[in-house]
Design a protein around this ligand. Structure first.
Ligand code: SP5
Ligand code: ZN
Length: 393
C-alpha cells in the first residue's frame, strides 16, 4: 500500500518514520506478519503473530481546513460543537493508548465518492464557497438553511441561491474555504481503513472529520458533507455482504437512505427517538428497508435519558440481527455523543458501557472498519474512543 504524504504536522512518531507496518510497537514483528500472510492465501492473519495493538488508525491533518473554530458569519462568531479539537483529542488519546500504527490516508480520487454521491452535488460542494464569494464580492462562509426535507423536485433549480438551499436539509452546516478539502480527506480516511481490512487486517479506525452519517446522496446536514461510512461500505460490498452498525446518538439518516433498497448492505442503528431529537424526519422503527432491501434496515429508537442497562440490552438485539445477516465485513459508525455529559446528546452512557460495546463488537469476529462520527465532549471523547478501540486484541 502506498502511503500518500498527506500528513504535514504529525510530529515525531509520524507515518513517514514508522511506515504502514507500525514499527513503533516493539511487540510487532513485520517478518512474522509476512509469514502469516504467506501461510494464508486469502491474506488473513494467522493466530498469535501479533500481541500488541492491532488497530490501524488512519488520520489526516486536512480536517483542520474545515475551520469551524475560527469562523464568523456576517461578523458574528459562528459557534459549533463540531470542532477541529475533536480530532486532535482523539489523535492524542489514540497515541497515549498505544493504538496504531497511525497512518495517512491514501488518495483514492473521486471515483469511490461518486459511487455514493451525486456528481452535481459533489461539484456544488467543491465550488459553492468560491462561487458565493465571487457573487458577493468578498470571501464569505456559506451558511444556508432550508425547510426542504423529504420529497423535492428531481432537478436542482437553475438559480444559484435556490440551488444552495436545494443541496442541504439543515441549517447549521457552514461551508468554509477548506470544507471540501476536509470532507474529501475524511472520506479518504474511511476508504483507506476499508483497504486495511480488505487486505486481511482485523480492524481499522478512521479519524473522520467532518463526520458523515447524516450526508445523503445529494444533501448535506448534521455536520456531514460526504458520507464516509457509506463510501467505505460501497467499496467493500463488491467483496460480499456488509453490515453497518451505527452507535452515534443520532440516527444515521444518510447511511440509511443510501442503502435503503440494497439487500447487500445491512444498516442497524440505536439512537435518540427522532420524534424528539435530530434528525427528526428519519429513524423510526417502522423504517425497515425497501424493495429487495426490505428487512436490511433496523432502527432502535430509545428515549431521552437512556442509560447503560437499557442501551446495552437494545444493543444485543441489533448485534443478533447483524449476526443473522451474516456479513463479510462490519463497519461501525462510531459516535460517542451517547455518552453522559455530551453537550448535544441526551443519553447517559458511562465509560464502562463503551468498553462493553467495544468487546461485544469485537466478539463478532468480523473484519471491522470503525469510522468516527459524532461526540462533542472534548474532555471524554478521546478516552471513550479508545475504550471502544482497545477491545480489539
Ligand atoms: C454527526 C452528528 O453527531 N451530528 C449531529 C448533528 C446534530 N444537530 C443538532 C445539534 C443541536 C445543537 N445545536 C446547537 C446550536 C448552537 N448554535
Ligand atoms: Zn451524533
Amino acid at each position: 500500500m502506498d502511503v500518500a504524504p498527506t500528513i504535514t504536522k504529525l510530529g515525531p512518531c509520524d507515518v513517514r518514520q514508522r511506515g504502514i507496518l507500525g514499527l513503533r510497537n516493539a511487540r510487532f514483528s513485520p517478518g512474522a506478519k509476512a509469514n502469516a500472510k504467506l501461510a494464508d492465501g486469502r491474506g488473513r492473519k494467522a493466530e498469535g503473530y501479533f500481541q500488541g495493538s492491532d488497530m490501524h488508525v488512519i488520520y489526516s491533518d486536512h480536517h483542520k481546513t474545515h475551520t469551524t473554530n475560527v469562523a464568523t458569519i456576517d461578523g458574528v462568531p459562528f459557534v459549533s460543537r463540531e470542532l477541529p479539537a475533536r480530532a486532535e483529542v482523539i489523535l492524542l488519546a489514540v497515541r497515549e493508548a498505544g493504538l496504531g500504527p497511525i497512518t495517512a490516508p491514501v488518495d483514492h480520487g473521486l471515483a469511490p465518492v461518486l459511487a455514493v454521491h451525486d456528481p452535481a452535488y459533489v461539484s456544488h460542494l467543491k465550488t459553492v464557497y468560491q462561487e458565493t464569494s465571487r457573487r458577493c464580492g468578498c470571501p464569505i462562509p456559506v451558511l444556508v438553511g432550508t425547510g426542504v426535507t423529504l420529497e423535492r423536485a428531481p432537478e436542482p433549480p437553475a438559480g444559484f441561491f435556490a440551488r444552495r438551499l436545494y443541496y442541504t436539509y439543515d441549517y447549521e452546516d457552514p461551508i468554509f474555504e477548506g470544507t471540501w478539502e476536509a470532507a474529501y480527506w475524511s472520506a479518504q480516511c474511511a476508504l483507506t481503513a476499508a483497504d486495511v481490512v480488505r487486505g486481511g487486517e482485523r480492524a481499522a479506525y478512521a479519524v473522520c472529520r467532518p463526520p458523515g452519517h447524516h450526508a445523503m446522496v445529494d444533501q448535506y446536514g448534521g455536520f456531514c458533507y460526504l458520507n464516509n461510512v457509506a463510501i467505505a461500505a460501497r467499496s467493500l460490498q463488491a467483496e460480499g455482504p456488509v453490515a453497518i452498525l451505527d452507535i452515534d446518538y443520532h440516527h444515521g439518516n444518510g447511511t440509511q437512505a443510501i442503502f435503503y433498497a440494497d439487500p447487500q448492505v445491512f444498516y442497524g442503528s440505536l439512537h435518540a427517538d427522532p420524534g424528539v431529537d435530530y434528525p427528526f424526519f428519519w429513524g423510526r422503527a417502522s423504517e425497515r428497508g425497501a424493495g429487495p432491501g426490505w428487512g436490511t434496515n433496523l432502527n432502535v429508537p430509545l428515549p431521552i435519558g437512556t442509560g447503560d442497562a437499557a442501551y446495552l440490552e437494545a444493543f444485543e438485539v441489533v448485534l443478533q440481527a447483524i449476526q443473522a445477516f451474516g456479513p463479510q465485513y462490519l463497519l461501525v459508525s462510531l459516535g460517542l455523543d451517547a455518552a453522559a455529559g455530551d453537550p448535544i446528546g441526551k443519553f447517559h452512557l458511562t465509560r464502562a458501557a463503551f468498553v462493553t460495546l467495544g468487546r461485544r463488537i469485537a466478539a463478532l469476529g468480523l473484519p471491522t472498519v470503525l469510522v468516527q462520527e459524532g461526540g462533542y465532549n472534548l474532555d471524554t471523547l478521546g478516552d471513550y474512543v479508545t475504550a471502544v478501540l482497545s477491545a480489539f486484541p
